[in-house]
Design a protein. Structure first.
Length: 365
């Protein structure tokens, strides 16, 4: 059990044997940290009556909470039977800074009967404390998974798979793969919000426990999401003026350009994905089946969307469809460089909508 684990892998462990005296839960995702803490508590406590001792170093009313934390770690839980007491220190960055040597000595001596859980945002891997807990305890990294160890790009397929599994295990409904991708795009990979949307979507599952992509569109984001889909459709029809007008409505309602970009990204990706599927069919020496490709890419099989998508793909051509990913990358970089300057973010989105209207519309060259 020793070592550092990504939270996805950690949550898959049905039991947590040989829990040592310390654990560090670190990273940027608050919701994932809560899941990790819950998993530890349930694994050690074994029932709902088991309650860990909690401290918050940012809201402590005394200079140092270490004496109290140390005393808690030295005693058994009154309600946990033979289980070790869990002592949580939330927002523990300040606590660690002030008590780094004390914590290191406590863990090194191995005399305590409890489990110290440090919940931190920053956790440098080159410190003695990190290396010690990694060796004799365990650590849980709570950030979005990356495509590789050195990459800063989120591993979206892995996140989608996690959402599908959580929908099944926690909320008892079947989330389609494309629906999971829509959630990622519509929420900008905010795990707390994605979980709230899963809970909401579970109320719309049919008798077989399934939720359609159309329902996801309607439920996630409410009228703002529907307005964004309308803006995307307007641009794809070549109506740049209407697309920009709808964009303006969304921005006036308080939507941030970076958040809106997720929905736009989802729509454009489907065209690029369709092109990739057709090319794969050709490489396999199969007859290209455009209708099948657009369905696999996530276009709806009702409301005329399949036929409309095929028309737009033919207008685009393979090269321009593939270029859409470049459009998205370019816009994404520009949006991230705007930071909090919403006027510049608005300009980036307006230019992208105009570009869509020009390249996707019925009069496209």
């Amino acid at each position: 059990m020793n070592g550092t684990h990504h939270v996805f892998e950690f949550l898959e462990k049905s039991s947590l044997p040989d829990l040592a005296g310390a654990c560090a839960i670190f990273g940027s995702e608050r919701f994932l940290k809560k899941l990790a803490v819950k998993h530890i508590t349930e694994a050690i406590g074994g029932d709902e009556d088991f309650v860990p001792s909690e401290y918050d170093s940012n809201h402590a009313s005394w200079p140092s909470i270490w004496p109290d934390v140390h005393d808690e770690l030295s005693t058994r839980s009154l309600f946990g039977g033979n289980s070790p007491k869990i002592v949580l220190v939330d927002d523990a960055d300040k606590f660690v800074t002030e008590n780094r040597d004390r914590i290191h000595d406590y863990i090194s001596q191995g005399k305590g009967s409890g489990l110290l859980v440090l919940i931190v945002n920053t956790w440098a891997s080159n410190t003695k404390l990190y290396k010690l807990i990694d060796k004799v305890g365990f650590q849980v990294r709570c950030d979005p998974p990356k495509t590789s160890a050195k990459s800063k790009t989120s591993d979206e397929p892995r996140i989608v798979q996690w959402l599908i599994q959580r929908a099944k295990d926690e909320y008892e409904f079947t989330l389609p793969k494309m629906g999971g991708q829509m959630l990622v795009d519509l929420t900008s990979t905010e795990f707390g919000r994605m979980d709230q949307e899963l809970q909401k979507l579970s109320l719309f599952a049919d008798s077989k426990g399934k939720v359609s992509q159309e329902t996801i569109k309607k439920v996630v984001g409410g009228w703002r999401a529907r307005t964004m889909w309308d803006a995307v459709d307007a641009a794809a029809d070549g109506d740049a003026k209407r697309a920009v007008t709808l964009l303006d409505q969304l921005l006036r309602s308080g939507e941030h350009p970076l958040g809106l970009f997720g929905q736009l990204s989802w729509s454009l990706r489907r065209y690029s994905t369709t092109s990739e599927i057709v090319m794969r069919q050709m490489r396999q020496k199969k007859k290209p089946d455009l209708a099948s490709a657009v369905r696999q890419a996530g276009f709806r099989s009702w409301g005329g969307e399949i036929e409309t998508a095929q028309t737009r793909i033919r207008q685009l051509g393979r090269k321009r469809a593939e270029l859409m990913l470049d459009w998205l990358l370019e816009a994404d970089m520009q949006l991230k460089n705007t930071h909090s300057k919403e006027d510049r973010g608005r300009l980036v989105l307006e230019k992208l909508f105009v570009r869509m209207a020009k390249e996707l519309g019925p009069n496209a060259a």
